[in-house]
Design a protein around this ligand. Structure first.
Ligand SMILES: Nc1nc2c(ncn2[C@@H]2O[C@H](COP(=O)(O)OP(=O)(O)OP(=O)(O)O)[C@@H](O)[C@H]2O)c(=O)[nH]1
Ligand SMILES: [Mg+2]
Length: 471
């Protein structure tokens, strides 16, 4: 979270610097500087092999040399800190649209710290979280949707999430929402003409207006469902594997993970803790939880295992209910099936390699999707993954609607849709055109918040507070 007192700093013209790479021993480390003093600062601590003064360096040039620490006492020699490459990107063609310098040094924690301290000593201040991206926004290089695209790209857990985020950071989603806003604006202008002229002389009739609003509402619906899909792509969904003891939950967990992660045995009650891993199912990030199958506690540990399993179950977005196909359904199965009634549930009838004794007919009334498989023999895994994907997304991904929003933007989009709904209601109730006109105006304002035409502290907090320092 960005403290209010810090907002002033965010809007300052200070030159800022930060380590842009993780603080761990690695081949390379990068330190970024942005602002008016970037070049004067680097020229004080960098010695180019070609004896070039970086104060006058051209944009998009790369310079090889050393970071040096000048002596405090005259006539003493400068100390060499590290061998580096310095890149220079001059305003306005840089990430922040300011003069930007990047120092690529060896990736040692002490080296990075030392160089950063030298930069700070010569007139820069430490950047706040997300401050470089904030400047890109304030200086008009990107809009708020693109900034959110940057956050989504950094946070992406799967290659598909990254691909979609990159569309947003290129500005493609901004174009889409701007186009939508234009359409709402056109309608707004047309209602103005209905206010000023009788319907016969106005540019649009009431029935045409209604048609256009209904059409626009479909576009909003698409975007809202796209934002939900983007949320899934970004955060993953919580998927709990449950079922009675010995049904094969842990075997299935290992199959999905494609490694022997948890202990499997024929002894009922093998799993007693909740085990979590993140996997990809057709590009979707899935947090899967293996749980204990015991339902009646025999001791304190089992009682804790049941409590934990219940907690995970209640938070799950998707339930994979494992049934043992080799056995008839018993009261424990029914208990669990009933518990999962209100959840997004997929039933796996496991042990398809054995003679099937389970009565499928009795499961059908629950209305769950059913997949038959053998976790042990690894038969039917693809069917299971296809079903998971279908249940999570409940329809194909409409790429052009995928839009990564933070909670502030999500509310703005939902409010814009509600404003449009109100406009339609007013129209249906034959209210005066002024009411519809006001709803459309509200809708335009809500859409303006989406890409940052209006910047508030709330927006700053919701986006930039989440970024790491150096981004
Ligand atoms: N034949 C057959 N056996 C299976 C299959 N899946 C699991 N098993 C066996 O069933 C037994 C129990 O498997 P687990 O994966 O440990 O079952 P679980 O549901 O995790 O059991 P608990 O942790 O005790 O609740 C083991 O002996 C597995 O090898 C299957 O598809 N076919
Ligand atoms: Mg188990």
């Amino acid at each position: 979270m960005i403290a209010k007192s810090r907002l002033k700093e965010y809007n300052s013209k200070d030159t800022i610097a930060a380590i842009a790479t993780p603080l761990a021993a690695s081949a390379l480390g990068v330190i970024k500087i942005s602002g008016r003093e970037s070049l004067p600062i680097i020229s004080k601590i960098f010695k180019s092999v070609k004896n070039k003064n970086l104060k006058t360096a051209k944009t998009f040039t790369l310079h090889y040399g050393w970071i040096i620490e000048r002596p405090k006492i005259k006539n003493q020699k400068s100390k060499i800190v590290d061998e580096v490459l310095v890149s220079v990107m001059k305003a306005p063609n840089s990430y922040t649209k300011e003069d930007v310098v990047e120092v690529s040094c060896h990736g040692g924690v002490v080296i990075l710290d030392k160089i950063l301290k030298l930069i700070l000593k010569h007139g820069s201040r430490m950047a706040l979280p997300g401050e470089f991206t904030y400047r890109a926004l304030i200086n008009g290089r990107i809009d708020l949707l693109q900034a959110e695209g940057v956050a989504a790209a950094i946070e992406a857990k799967t290659s598909q999430a990254l691909e979609e985020a990159s569309f947003q950071l290129q500005g493609l989603r901004s174009k889409k929402t701007l186009l939508l806003k234009e359409k709402v604006k056109d309608l707004f202008v047309e209602t103005e003409s209905l206010i000023n002229f009788p319907e016969e002389e106005a540019k649009i009739s009431y029935s045409e207006l209604e048609k256009k609003i209904i059409h626009l509402m479909k576009e909003f619906k698409g975007l809202l469902s796209g934002s939900k899909t983007a949320k899934i792509l970004r955060e993953g969904i919580r998927c709990v594997i449950c079922g009675k003891a010995n049904a094969g939950k842990s075997t299935l967990f290992n199959r999905l993970l494609r490694e022997e992660r948890v202990i499997v045995s024929k002894i009922p009650g093998t799993t007693r803790d909740v085990i979590e891993e993140t996997i990809q199912v057709k590009g979707l990030p899935l947090r899967i939880f293996d749980t204990a199958g015991i339902l009646e506690p025999g001791d304190l540990i089992e009682s804790q295992a049941i409590d934990k399993a219940n907690e995970i179950f209640s938070q799950a977005d998707l339930v994979i209910m494992v049934l043992d196909g080799f056995k008839k359904l018993n009261s424990q199965d029914y208990l669990l099936l009933n518990k999962a009634k209100d959840k997004n549930t997929l039933v796996v009838i496991n042990k398809s390699d054995l003679v099937q004794k389970i009565e499928i007919k009795k499961i059908l009334p629950f209305g769950f999707d059913i997949v038959k498989m053998s976790a042990l023999k690894n038969i039917g895994l693809k069917d299971l993954e296809d079903s998971i994907y279908r249940l999570v997304l409940s329809g194909p991904i409409k790429r052009e609607n995928l839009i990564f929003l933070n909670s502030y933007q999500q509310t703005a989009l939902e409010t814009a849709q509600q404003d449009l709904c109100r406009a339609l209601e007013c129209l249906k109730q034959k209210q005066t055109i002024d009411f519809i006109n006001i709803c459309l105006k509200d809708c335009l304002e809500s859409l303006g918040r989406l890409n940052g035409e209006v910047l508030t502290e709330e927006i700053l907090e919701s986006i930039f507070g989440r970024f790491c320092i150096g981004k």
